[in-house]
Ligand binder design. Structure first.
Ligand code: CTP
Ligand code: MG
Length: 228
């Protein structure tokens, strides 16, 4: 069964607030996107990788990946305005002979090969899989600084990537979302909307998404400690 990875790396990083999109910022000796791609490229099951880059930075991204000698890059395509659109555009160049697609955010560099393999394995068996971690803190709904409700924590998970899907299922899920004007923040929700169950496998606490300046500082501390 052939597997291709899609890496959405076309965001602007507005919450991090740097001029350069966060996926191109260095953590240790390599840009974030390079670190992430190296892990994916090291997973035997991943036959190729499609990267979605900011449209104005497609050429620069190709050159960057060549300079850092990232293997198994099949294509770098221009991304879209939303993450969902970037994944969809990348999906267009995934060969039709591919059976499984694994989607992983460029800005989660502390992924491990074994987690990627666990998610791929679950998706092979069940069609669709995500990883995540159970919520450990109390969750409240707040409006205008006032608590409106306390949400039952039991059964709540914080969702991470990688997520993996049979290629045809991911395609169908994206098509349905597009035709209904639905925009989600991950790919699993698009499959859920087809009424198809998504398996959840335990992720890793260090597989956090670099979103804010504090996350970037944490990533640099991690990297300095030799966590790649
Ligand atoms: N992404 C993408 N295309 C977009 C938006 C996001 O490929 N139009 C990618 C990002 O590059 C990132 C991943 O999706 O690898 C997760 O998105 P997020 O953390 O929200 O990144 P940004 O959208 O860049 O950040 P922000 O929302 O703060 O602007
Ligand atoms: Mg975003």
């Amino acid at each position: 069964m052939t597997t291709v990875a899609i890496v959405p790396a076309a965001g602007s990083g507005s919450r991090l607030g740097r001029r350069r999109p966060k996926q191109f910022l260095s953590v240790g000796r390599a840009p974030l996107v390079v670190r992430t791609l190296r892990v994916l490229a090291g997973v035997r099951e991943v036959g190729g990788i499609v990267v979605a880059a900011p449209p104005e930075a497609v050429g620069a991204t190709r050159r960057l990946l060549e300079r850092f000698r990232v293997p198994r890059i099949v294509a770098v395509v221009p991304g879209g305005r939303e993450r969902q659109e970037s994944v969809w555009l990348a999906l267009q160049v995934v060969p039709a002979s591919t059976s499984l697609v694994v989607v992983h955010d460029a800005v989660r560099p502390f992924i491990t090969g074994s987690l990627v393999r666990r998610v791929i394995g679950a998706a092979r068996r069940h069609g669709a899989a995500s990883c995540g971690v159970p919520v450990v803190e109390t969750v409240k709904q707040v409006h205008d600084g006032k608590v409106e409700a306390t949400v039952e924590r039991e059964g709540l998970w914080l969702v991470q990537t990688p997520q993996a899907f049979h290629r045809s299922l991911l395609w169908e899920a994206h098509e349905k979302a597009r035709s209904g004007g639905f925009v989600g923040t991950d790919d699993a929700v698009l499959v859920e909307r087809l009424g198809i169950p998504v398996r959840m496998v335990p992720g890793l606490p260090e597989n956090f998404k670099i979103t804010t300046p504090a996350d970037l500082a944490r990533a640099r501390t991690f990297a300095a400690r030799g966590r790649r």
